[in-house]
Design a protein around this ligand. Structure first.
Ligand code: ATP
Ligand code: MG
Length: 250
Protein backbone atom coordinates (compact mmCIF):
# COMPACT_ATOMS: atom_id res chain seq x y z
CA UNK A 1 0.00 0.00 0.00
CA UNK A 2 1.38 3.41 -0.96
CA UNK A 3 0.42 6.19 1.41
CA UNK A 4 -1.39 9.12 -0.20
CA UNK A 5 0.80 11.68 1.53
CA UNK A 6 3.99 10.16 0.14
CA UNK A 7 5.65 12.91 -1.94
CA UNK A 8 6.08 10.49 -4.86
CA UNK A 9 2.56 9.06 -4.47
CA UNK A 10 1.37 9.52 -8.06
CA UNK A 11 4.58 8.19 -9.58
CA UNK A 12 4.59 5.18 -7.23
CA UNK A 13 0.92 4.51 -7.95
CA UNK A 14 1.65 4.33 -11.69
CA UNK A 15 4.63 2.08 -11.03
CA UNK A 16 2.41 -0.29 -9.03
CA UNK A 17 -0.10 -0.37 -11.91
CA UNK A 18 2.71 -1.28 -14.31
CA UNK A 19 3.94 -4.10 -12.06
CA UNK A 20 0.38 -5.44 -11.65
CA UNK A 21 -0.12 -5.38 -15.43
CA UNK A 22 3.08 -7.37 -15.85
CA UNK A 23 1.94 -9.92 -13.25
CA UNK A 24 -1.48 -10.17 -14.94
CA UNK A 25 0.06 -10.85 -18.35
CA UNK A 26 -1.05 -7.53 -19.91
CA UNK A 27 2.48 -6.12 -20.13
CA UNK A 28 5.73 -7.65 -21.41
CA UNK A 29 8.81 -7.39 -19.15
CA UNK A 30 10.36 -4.85 -21.51
CA UNK A 31 7.26 -2.69 -21.01
CA UNK A 32 8.42 -2.13 -17.43
CA UNK A 33 11.77 -0.89 -18.72
CA UNK A 34 10.04 1.43 -21.20
CA UNK A 35 8.03 2.83 -18.30
CA UNK A 36 11.22 3.54 -16.37
CA UNK A 37 12.58 5.54 -19.29
CA UNK A 38 9.34 7.45 -19.42
CA UNK A 39 9.48 8.18 -15.67
CA UNK A 40 12.89 9.80 -16.05
CA UNK A 41 11.68 12.15 -18.77
CA UNK A 42 8.50 12.89 -16.84
CA UNK A 43 10.61 13.92 -13.85
CA UNK A 44 12.60 16.30 -16.04
CA UNK A 45 9.44 17.77 -17.52
CA UNK A 46 8.03 18.53 -14.06
CA UNK A 47 5.39 15.74 -14.10
CA UNK A 48 2.73 18.02 -15.50
CA UNK A 49 1.38 18.85 -18.94
CA UNK A 50 3.41 21.65 -20.47
CA UNK A 51 1.97 24.42 -22.65
CA UNK A 52 3.51 22.78 -25.72
CA UNK A 53 1.94 19.42 -24.81
CA UNK A 54 -1.41 21.21 -24.73
CA UNK A 55 -0.77 22.72 -28.18
CA UNK A 56 0.08 19.28 -29.56
CA UNK A 57 -3.10 17.87 -28.00
CA UNK A 58 -5.13 20.55 -29.75
CA UNK A 59 -3.59 19.70 -33.14
CA UNK A 60 -4.12 15.99 -32.44
CA UNK A 61 -7.78 16.52 -31.58
CA UNK A 62 -8.29 18.53 -34.78
CA UNK A 63 -6.64 15.78 -36.88
CA UNK A 64 -8.75 13.06 -35.27
CA UNK A 65 -11.96 15.04 -35.82
CA UNK A 66 -11.10 15.65 -39.50
CA UNK A 67 -9.94 12.10 -40.27
CA UNK A 68 -11.83 9.75 -42.54
CA UNK A 69 -10.49 6.54 -41.05
CA UNK A 70 -8.91 7.34 -37.70
CA UNK A 71 -7.74 4.64 -35.31
CA UNK A 72 -6.33 4.41 -31.79
CA UNK A 73 -3.49 1.94 -31.40
CA UNK A 74 -2.99 0.37 -27.98
CA UNK A 75 0.11 -1.33 -26.59
CA UNK A 76 0.75 -2.99 -23.23
CA UNK A 77 1.76 0.18 -21.36
CA UNK A 78 -1.31 2.04 -22.56
CA UNK A 79 -3.56 -0.87 -21.61
CA UNK A 80 -1.88 -1.02 -18.20
CA UNK A 81 -2.22 2.68 -17.37
CA UNK A 82 -5.28 4.11 -19.13
CA UNK A 83 -7.62 1.37 -20.46
CA UNK A 84 -10.70 3.30 -19.28
CA UNK A 85 -9.59 6.59 -20.86
CA UNK A 86 -8.69 4.95 -24.19
CA UNK A 87 -12.17 3.48 -24.37
CA UNK A 88 -13.70 6.83 -23.43
CA UNK A 89 -11.77 8.55 -26.23
CA UNK A 90 -12.69 5.84 -28.72
CA UNK A 91 -16.38 6.09 -27.82
CA UNK A 92 -16.35 9.90 -27.84
CA UNK A 93 -14.90 9.94 -31.37
CA UNK A 94 -16.72 6.77 -32.40
CA UNK A 95 -13.53 5.22 -33.77
CA UNK A 96 -11.99 1.75 -33.37
CA UNK A 97 -9.09 0.61 -31.22
CA UNK A 98 -6.35 -1.70 -32.55
CA UNK A 99 -4.18 -3.85 -30.30
CA UNK A 100 -0.63 -3.35 -31.57
CA UNK A 101 2.05 -5.12 -29.54
CA UNK A 102 5.80 -5.14 -30.04
CA UNK A 103 6.16 -8.44 -28.17
CA UNK A 104 2.98 -10.00 -29.40
CA UNK A 105 1.56 -13.20 -27.91
CA UNK A 106 -1.98 -14.52 -28.42
CA UNK A 107 -2.46 -14.66 -24.68
CA UNK A 108 -1.58 -10.99 -24.19
CA UNK A 109 -3.79 -9.93 -27.09
CA UNK A 110 -6.76 -11.80 -25.59
CA UNK A 111 -6.17 -10.29 -22.15
CA UNK A 112 -5.96 -6.75 -23.52
CA UNK A 113 -9.05 -7.30 -25.66
CA UNK A 114 -10.98 -8.46 -22.59
CA UNK A 115 -9.72 -5.52 -20.52
CA UNK A 116 -10.85 -3.03 -23.18
CA UNK A 117 -14.22 -4.73 -23.63
CA UNK A 118 -14.75 -4.79 -19.84
CA UNK A 119 -14.32 -1.02 -19.98
CA UNK A 120 -16.98 -0.74 -22.70
CA UNK A 121 -14.93 -0.81 -25.92
CA UNK A 122 -17.06 -1.35 -29.04
CA UNK A 123 -14.70 -2.17 -31.90
CA UNK A 124 -11.39 -3.82 -30.96
CA UNK A 125 -9.19 -4.75 -33.94
CA UNK A 126 -5.76 -6.36 -34.10
CA UNK A 127 -6.94 -9.66 -32.64
CA UNK A 128 -5.73 -12.98 -34.03
CA UNK A 129 -8.85 -13.84 -36.00
CA UNK A 130 -9.11 -11.13 -38.60
CA UNK A 131 -7.71 -10.16 -41.96
CA UNK A 132 -4.16 -8.86 -41.75
CA UNK A 133 -2.29 -6.59 -44.15
CA UNK A 134 1.45 -5.99 -44.27
CA UNK A 135 2.85 -2.50 -43.74
CA UNK A 136 5.42 -1.72 -46.44
CA UNK A 137 8.96 -1.13 -45.20
CA UNK A 138 8.80 -3.46 -42.19
CA UNK A 139 9.85 -7.06 -41.86
CA UNK A 140 8.72 -10.01 -39.77
CA UNK A 141 5.77 -10.05 -37.38
CA UNK A 142 6.01 -6.29 -36.81
CA UNK A 143 4.86 -5.60 -40.36
CA UNK A 144 1.43 -7.04 -39.61
CA UNK A 145 -1.57 -4.80 -39.03
CA UNK A 146 -5.32 -5.14 -39.17
CA UNK A 147 -6.56 -4.64 -42.76
CA UNK A 148 -9.56 -2.66 -41.49
CA UNK A 149 -7.53 -0.81 -38.85
CA UNK A 150 -4.07 0.73 -38.99
CA UNK A 151 -3.53 -0.46 -42.58
CA UNK A 152 -6.54 1.43 -43.88
CA UNK A 153 -6.30 4.41 -41.52
CA UNK A 154 -5.40 7.96 -42.59
CA UNK A 155 -4.82 9.18 -39.02
CA UNK A 156 -3.27 6.93 -36.38
CA UNK A 157 -3.02 7.81 -32.69
CA UNK A 158 -0.28 5.58 -31.41
CA UNK A 159 1.07 6.17 -27.90
CA UNK A 160 4.57 4.77 -27.21
CA UNK A 161 5.18 3.38 -30.70
CA UNK A 162 8.47 1.81 -31.70
CA UNK A 163 10.67 4.03 -33.90
CA UNK A 164 10.83 1.66 -36.89
CA UNK A 165 7.10 1.24 -37.06
CA UNK A 166 6.52 4.96 -36.66
CA UNK A 167 8.86 5.67 -39.58
CA UNK A 168 7.15 3.07 -41.77
CA UNK A 169 3.68 4.37 -40.96
CA UNK A 170 4.65 7.95 -41.88
CA UNK A 171 6.31 6.71 -45.10
CA UNK A 172 3.03 4.98 -45.93
CA UNK A 173 1.33 8.37 -45.90
CA UNK A 174 -0.35 8.31 -42.52
CA UNK A 175 -0.74 11.30 -40.26
CA UNK A 176 0.85 9.89 -37.13
CA UNK A 177 0.01 11.22 -33.69
CA UNK A 178 2.16 9.88 -30.91
CA UNK A 179 2.40 10.37 -27.17
CA UNK A 180 5.98 9.95 -25.99
CA UNK A 181 7.72 11.43 -22.96
CA UNK A 182 11.07 11.24 -24.70
CA UNK A 183 11.27 14.20 -27.13
CA UNK A 184 14.41 12.66 -28.65
CA UNK A 185 13.04 9.23 -29.52
CA UNK A 186 12.83 8.37 -33.19
CA UNK A 187 9.09 8.05 -32.80
CA UNK A 188 8.85 11.56 -31.37
CA UNK A 189 10.98 12.98 -34.17
CA UNK A 190 9.28 11.17 -37.06
CA UNK A 191 5.65 11.60 -36.05
CA UNK A 192 3.45 14.29 -37.55
CA UNK A 193 2.17 15.40 -34.14
CA UNK A 194 4.12 14.46 -31.00
CA UNK A 195 2.52 14.98 -27.62
CA UNK A 196 5.45 15.05 -25.19
CA UNK A 197 3.53 14.10 -22.06
CA UNK A 198 2.61 11.14 -19.91
CA UNK A 199 -0.28 9.13 -21.39
CA UNK A 200 -2.05 9.35 -18.03
CA UNK A 201 -2.40 13.12 -18.56
CA UNK A 202 -2.37 13.29 -22.36
CA UNK A 203 -5.36 11.01 -23.00
CA UNK A 204 -7.70 12.82 -20.56
CA UNK A 205 -6.55 16.18 -22.05
CA UNK A 206 -7.27 14.81 -25.51
CA UNK A 207 -10.78 13.72 -24.49
CA UNK A 208 -11.55 17.22 -23.11
CA UNK A 209 -10.14 18.90 -26.22
CA UNK A 210 -12.05 16.62 -28.61
CA UNK A 211 -15.25 17.52 -26.76
CA UNK A 212 -14.40 21.25 -26.85
CA UNK A 213 -13.64 21.18 -30.59
CA UNK A 214 -16.43 18.83 -31.63
CA UNK A 215 -18.64 21.66 -32.98
CA UNK A 216 -15.76 23.57 -34.61
CA UNK A 217 -15.93 24.06 -38.40
CA UNK A 218 -13.55 22.19 -40.69
CA UNK A 219 -11.69 25.29 -41.88
CA UNK A 220 -10.76 26.20 -38.30
CA UNK A 221 -9.70 22.62 -37.56
CA UNK A 222 -7.46 22.63 -40.65
CA UNK A 223 -5.98 25.93 -39.47
CA UNK A 224 -5.17 24.48 -36.04
CA UNK A 225 -3.21 21.70 -37.77
CA UNK A 226 -1.37 23.97 -40.20
CA UNK A 227 -0.40 26.39 -37.41
CA UNK A 228 1.19 23.52 -35.51
CA UNK A 229 4.93 22.97 -36.02
CA UNK A 230 6.05 19.63 -34.60
CA UNK A 231 9.76 20.36 -34.69
CA UNK A 232 9.33 23.65 -32.88
CA UNK A 233 7.09 21.95 -30.35
CA UNK A 234 9.67 19.25 -29.62
CA UNK A 235 12.34 21.94 -29.24
CA UNK A 236 10.19 23.66 -26.60
CA UNK A 237 10.09 20.42 -24.60
CA UNK A 238 13.86 20.12 -24.85
CA UNK A 239 14.24 23.71 -23.61
CA UNK A 240 12.04 22.89 -20.64
CA UNK A 241 14.25 19.90 -19.82
CA UNK A 242 17.47 21.89 -20.18
CA UNK A 243 16.16 24.47 -17.72
CA UNK A 244 15.86 21.66 -15.18
CA UNK A 245 19.46 20.67 -15.83
CA UNK A 246 20.88 24.16 -15.49
CA UNK A 247 18.79 24.78 -12.39
CA UNK A 248 17.15 27.80 -14.04
CA UNK A 249 13.76 26.86 -12.67
CA UNK A 250 14.90 26.04 -9.11
P1 ATP B 1 12.45 4.84 -30.49
O1 ATP B 1 12.39 3.42 -30.92
O2 ATP B 1 11.30 5.67 -30.97
O3 ATP B 1 13.76 5.55 -30.69
P2 ATP B 1 12.85 4.16 -27.74
O4 ATP B 1 13.57 2.96 -28.20
O5 ATP B 1 13.53 5.24 -26.96
O6 ATP B 1 12.15 4.87 -28.92
P3 ATP B 1 10.84 2.40 -26.81
O7 ATP B 1 11.50 1.52 -25.81
O8 ATP B 1 10.61 1.92 -28.20
O9 ATP B 1 11.62 3.79 -26.91
O10 ATP B 1 9.46 2.94 -26.19
C1 ATP B 1 9.36 3.52 -24.95
C2 ATP B 1 9.06 5.00 -25.07
O11 ATP B 1 7.87 5.31 -24.38
C3 ATP B 1 10.16 5.85 -24.41
O12 ATP B 1 10.52 6.90 -25.25
C4 ATP B 1 9.50 6.40 -23.14
O13 ATP B 1 9.94 7.70 -22.83
C5 ATP B 1 8.03 6.42 -23.51
N1 ATP B 1 7.10 6.24 -22.38
C6 ATP B 1 7.16 5.32 -21.40
N2 ATP B 1 6.13 5.44 -20.53
C7 ATP B 1 5.37 6.48 -20.99
C8 ATP B 1 4.16 7.09 -20.56
N3 ATP B 1 3.53 6.68 -19.46
N4 ATP B 1 3.69 8.12 -21.29
C9 ATP B 1 4.31 8.55 -22.40
N5 ATP B 1 5.46 8.02 -22.87
C10 ATP B 1 5.99 6.99 -22.18
MG1 MG C 1 12.62 1.61 -29.81
Amino acid sequence: MIHKDHPRYESLRLRAKIVDAYKNGILADSGMIAHGRGEAFDYLLGEQSTENAKLAVEAAAAALLLAEHPIISVNGNTAALVPDKIVELSNELDIPIEINLFYRTSDRVLKIEKLLRDHGAKTVLGTDHEKKALIKGLEGPRSSSSAEGIYKADVVLVPLEDGDRAEALVKNGKLLITIDLNPLSRTAKTSSITIVDNIVRAIPNLIDTVINLSQTDKVTLHQIISNFDNKENIQSSLKKISKKYTGEDL
